[in-house]
Design a protein around this ligand. Structure first.
Ligand code: S3P
Length: 163
């Protein structure tokens, strides 16, 4: 089984991936961690600052390609994975893509103090990025889980019932 979690920054991909992996006995792949490792930098902020977003996106594509042939994993993607369709093509191969749908209002509350997401720092841009990506998440998701006002346990149970 291969499950891919997509959704905006702060939609709970990492947390849900961990909880789901425990229930289904699968390995969690945190894509952002793999990208940082591969970049030789220490943080995502550092990659964006020193190498630029394009370099980050190239590494993201590279990792998606490598995950194509892996099985028994839950992949927690970065929110921008949908910006390159090739990523989704790689990930969808024998994998199911789940969109964790969360309203921007909730996300803003959650990420109020977040400093490690370069694309969340420019507040004016966030709404634009959110609206643009929402359509892509919906298009690429095989399943959509509305996460609003649900606990992690509820999301996981909801998901398992739908798989
Ligand atoms: C990004 C989301 C981040 C990370 C990077 C870019 C984006 O991941 O990949 O900062 O473009 O939305 P999270 O969704 O885990 O915050």
């Amino acid at each position: 089984m291969k499950i891919i979690l997509i959704g905006f920054m702060g939609s709970g991909k990492t947390t849900v991936a961990k909880a789901l992996a425990e229930k289904l006995n699968l390995e969690v792949i945190e894509m952002d961690d793999l990208i940082v490792e591969r970049s030789g930098r220490k943080t995502i902020n550092e990659i964006f600052e020193k190498d630029g977003e394009i370099c980050f996106r190239e590494l993201e594509i590279e990792i998606c390609k490598e995950l194509k042939n892996k099985d028994n994993i839950i992949v927690s993607t970065g929110g921008g994975v949908v910006m390159n369709k090739i990523n989704i093509d790689f990930l969808k191969e024998n994998g199911r893509v789940i969109f964790l749908k969360t309203p921007l209002k909730t996300i803003k509350k959650r990420l109020k103090n977040s400093k490690d997401r370069p694309l969340f720092q420019n507040k004016k841009n966030v709404k634009k990025i959110f609206n643009f990506r929402q359509k892509l998440y919906e298009e690429y998701g095989d399943l959509i889980i509305d996460t609003n006002s649900k606990t992690i346990d509820e999301i996981v149970i909801n998901l398992i019932n739908l798989l």
